[in-house]
Write a protein that binds this ligand. Structure first.
Ligand code: ADE
Ligand code: ZN
Length: 335
């Protein structure tokens, strides 16, 4: 309990968090009711909880994750979703959040940018006063929908670009390597956007190498599978590019089945790779080993499996600010 209290009081930034992955079963059902959505494949919140108890892998998880979005229809729904995440994050000592969203998951259901984006953006704008935290928005492209679709989304985002800090790649990793997205990433760079990619989660270390080289990313999301390539580990140690690691996500989605604890220990204790700890999809990754899926549960889990001491925990919190997209003055104030 004292460990948890210590982690809670550490000011932290969360850098890898999908707003769609914060949709708790209770909010899912209250939005279904508010919007008269009767097509959910679950009878109630308890059944939705049960469906999230285990996943056979990334694909199985993504099916359930996209399915739940059918209740998000109005601007206020997006505000409420984002606001609920930030309220809870603030209670866990998060003072800065970089929040990912998946435009295509809404556009393909007929929800336009002009509905979902203002809802998210208004929640972010209200966050300092409402919750005492700063936040920004990161737009992810679903890689399985291809580069052409990503380019269209980037075009649609132009009117909102002052409120978008960066872009990323998410969804299925295998079969959709980073180099397919070179043109979109170059365009985003020219627009002044920061860049990230999920890599080395479902796919191998080669995707991390390609994201660094071909896409010139500022951060790697996940990236744990760098451990399979010692030369890549040495490169990450040298260049200092951060990994946004999500321990309970990796546990639940069976990256390194049966070995994730030892792999996280090795990454944190045997290498000098710059690691940050994040929750990814906190409403989905409530593993029985952790009792929850939020950021605090991720810090607690990794502390246990990697044998971290207080100094190392404080360093992880410092890393979260250093790897953030806060400006230099704000970073300095936090580290
Ligand atoms: N979208 C939400 N969570 C994801 C994850 N862990 N990997 C890929 N895409 C995602
Ligand atoms: Zn993710």
């Amino acid at each position: 309990a004292s460990l948890e209290a210590f982690i809670r009081t550490l000011p932290k930034a969360e850098l890898h968090l999908h707003v769609e992955g914060t949709l708790e079963p209770e909010l899912l059902f209250s939005l279904a009711k508010r919007n008269n959505v009767s097509t959910l494949p679950y009878a109630d919140a308890a059944a939705a909880h049960a469906a999230r108890a285990s996943f056979s892998g990334l694909g199985d998880f993504l099916d359930k994750y996209y399915e739940g979005l059918s209740v998000l229809l109005k601007e206020q729904d997006y505000y409420d979703l984002c606001d609920a995440y930030m309220a809870h994050a603030a209670s866990e000592g998060v003072v800065h959040a970089e929040i990912m969203f998946d435009p295509q998951a809404h556009l393909r259901r007929g929800i336009p940018f002009s509905t979902f984006f203002p809802g998210l953006q208004r929640a972010v704008a209200d966050a300092p006063a409402r919750h005492g935290l700063t936040a920004c928005l990161l737009m992810c492209f679903m890689r399985d929908l291809g580069a052409e679709s990503a380019a269209e989304v980037l075009q649609q985002a132009v009117p909102y670009k002052e409120h978008i800090t960066g872009i990323g790649l998410d969804s299925a990793e295998n079969g959709f390597p980073p180099h397919l997205f070179v043109d979109v990433f170059n365009k985003a760079a020219a627009m002044g956007l920061r860049r990230m990619a999920h890599a080395g989660e479902e796919g191998g270390a080669e995707n991390i190498c390609s994201a660094l080289k071909d896409l010139q990313v500022d951060r790697i999301d996940h990236g744990v599978r760098c451990l399979d390539d010692p030369a890549l580990v040495a490169h990450l140690e040298k260049c200092g590019t951060a990994l946004t690691v999500c321990p309970l996500s990796n546990l639940c989605l069976q990256v390194y089945p049966g070995e994730i604890g030892e792999k996280l220990r090795s990454l944190l204790q045997d290498t000098k790779v710059r690691v940050t700890i994040n929750s990814d999809d906190p409403a989905y990754f409530m593993h029985s080993e952790s009792g929850g899926g939020n950021l605090l549960a991720n810090y607690t889990y990794v502390t246990k499996v990697a044998g971290l001491d207080a100094r190392q925990l404080a360093q992880l919190a410092v890393n979260s600010f250093e790897a953030s997209f806060l400006d230099a003055a704000a970073k300095k104030a936090r580290t």
